[in-house]
Design a protein around this ligand. Structure first.
Ligand SMILES: [Zn+2]
Length: 482
């Protein structure tokens, strides 16, 4: 069977993946801080590591892989968002707002990530349920001389750990000079980071040997991974933006608390996302959540396909063109393979597995599927069924279903033309005709231009007006025309 090779950030080489125990492969991926809807950049690691999870299960067996992804539900950003809500008139006490905000965000996260066809990890620990484990790990670090108490804070002493900076390849001196670090009186070195900090009465807090307080972000992942996966496990993943300082700090904490453990063997980082060649930002207006895209009528599987069409270690550019191409490809592949769904053993094609085994080469796997599609088109049934099984492996299958009267409907593609959309377009068309008759050309032109923007193609002839939706159909823009 094909060997899996993975690029290890720790060694900066592509290595053969050798699990510690093939019957119990263990992976930890940093999860979201829950105060807001996930944006498309947050979705990339989820889809990437979901694909790795599927590959590992394919190779080692369904129940031989444990995948942990946490929820950070105690954090200054959460407190800040809740304070904002309170300032905007929410009358409840801050802790009640925080509880509801984090619960609600976790629910949204599950909805959005499931729409992208991702599997639930084996465990999804919430940081607030692991405070006791964090406190005991901090106690160990103090005892071993790697952490110190200062003005109600507990800080990790970066100078006590020689390998600090090894993962990201940074030296302490350069970090002090180059990074925006918080200089505080209670720190011995500006690079020392917080393990525990005091909480005021209105903020979430827990009793500890250092007074009522809350954990720093980094200790959360160290404590949860230790509890659920042990002091040594196989893979630790996350976005490249977490490499420093988050992962560097996780390593320092875990390796000092359990020097014999070694923490994670393989470190994997996915690159970042841009939108139409620009950095995604709220001020540029190119910032969108997964929910925004789903609401525009882009099926979750199309989003998934676009995210996987770039290799995870390359920066990816999200473009409308890629979305349109992904839709076309998935429709084509489904048409070619749908009648062969049950005719093979359900295994993805070997060429697909081989590509994925080479450091999760998803574009290579899709190229292999294009080859299968080509053969399927020339009547090769084996390729057609291998294509279906490969799509199923990626959770990209089942793009169509039959409605009550047996008509084929594309999930999220044709059914965009819902009764509501039809009524809306018809109403706007008659409003446009009325406006023309009344010589209100401003309104008539506004509707005409709005249709173009929303991806509604209108064809006027002397007898009748007909219309259809283009691939770029956007319901939000259409509704704005009302
Ligand atoms: Zn983490």
């Amino acid at each position: 069977m094909t060997k899996i090779k993975l690029y290890n950030t720790k060694t900066r080489t592509k290595e053969d993946f050798v699990p510690i125990e093939p019957a119990d492969v263990r992976m930890y991926v940093c999860g979201p801080t829950v105060y807001d809807r996930a944006h498309i950049g947050n979705a990339r690691p989820v889809v990437v590591f979901d694909t790795l999870f599927r590959l590992l299960r394919h190779k080692y067996g369904h129940y031989a892989v444990r995948y942990v992804r946490n929820f950070t539900d105690v954090d200054d950003k959460i407190n800040a968002r809740a304070s904002e809500m309170k300032a905007n008139g929410d009358a409840r006490d801050l802790k009640a707002i925080i509880r509801e905000l984090t619960d609600q965000t976790i629910e949204w996260y599950h909805e959005d990530m499931e729409a992208l066809g991702t599997l639930r990890p084996t465990d999804e620990p919430r940081a607030t349920e692991y405070i006791a484990q964090m406190v005991s790990m901090i106690e160990v670090l103090i005892e071993k001389g790697n952490a110190y108490v200062s003005e109600g804070h507990v800080l990790f002493d970066v100078n006590s750990y020689d390998a600090y900076g090894a993962l990201s390849g940074r030296k302490l001196e350069d970090m002090r000079a180059g990074e925006r670090v918080e200089v505080a009186d209670y720190k011995r070195d500006p690079m020392d980071f917080v393990l525990w900090k005091p909480s005021s009465e209105d903020l979430p807090g827990w009793d500890s040997p250092w007074g009522r307080g809350r954990p720093g972000w980094h200790i959360e992942c160290s404590a949860m991974s230790l509890d659920l996966l042990g002091a040594t496990f196989d893979i630790h993943g996350g976005g490249l933006d977490l490499q420093f300082p988050h992962h560097e700090n996780e390593i320092a904490q875990s390796c000092c608390a359990n020097p014999d453990g070694g923490f994670a063997n393989v470190w994997m980082h996915n690159e970042m996302i841009q939108v139409e060649g620009k950095k995604m930002s709220k001020s540029l207006g190119n910032f969108f959540t997964v929910k925004d895209l789903l609401d525009q009528g882009i099926p979750g599987k199309v989003i998934r396909f676009v995210l996987l069409s770039t290799h995870y270690r390359s920066p990816m550019d999200w473009t409308d063109k890629k979305v349109a191409e992904a839709k076309k490809t998935l429709i084509k592949w489904t048409e070619l393979s749908k009648n062969h769904a049950f005719s093979n053993d359900g295994h993805p094609h070997i060429s697909v597995v081989e590509a994925l085994s080479d450091d999760l080469n998803t574009p290579g796997a899709f190229a292999a599927m294009h080859d299968l599609a080509k053969k399927a088109r020339s009547g090769d049934y084996d390729s057609a069924s291998a294509l279906y099984a490969s799509m199923e492996f990626f959770e990209l299958h089942d793009m169509i279903y039959m409605d009550d009267i047996g008509q084929r409907i594309w999930k999220g593609l044709e059914d965009r033309k819902s009764p509501g959309v039809i009524a809306l377009v018809e109403n706007l068309l008659s409003e446009r005709d009325e406006a023309r008759k009344a010589k209100n050309y401003t309104r008539a032109d506004r509707i005409r231009d709005g249709f173009i923007e929303a991806g509604v193609i209108v064809e006027d002839s002397t007898e009748k007006t007909s219309w259809k939706l283009s691939d770029a159909f956007n319901l939000v823009k259409l509704e704005a025309l009302k």
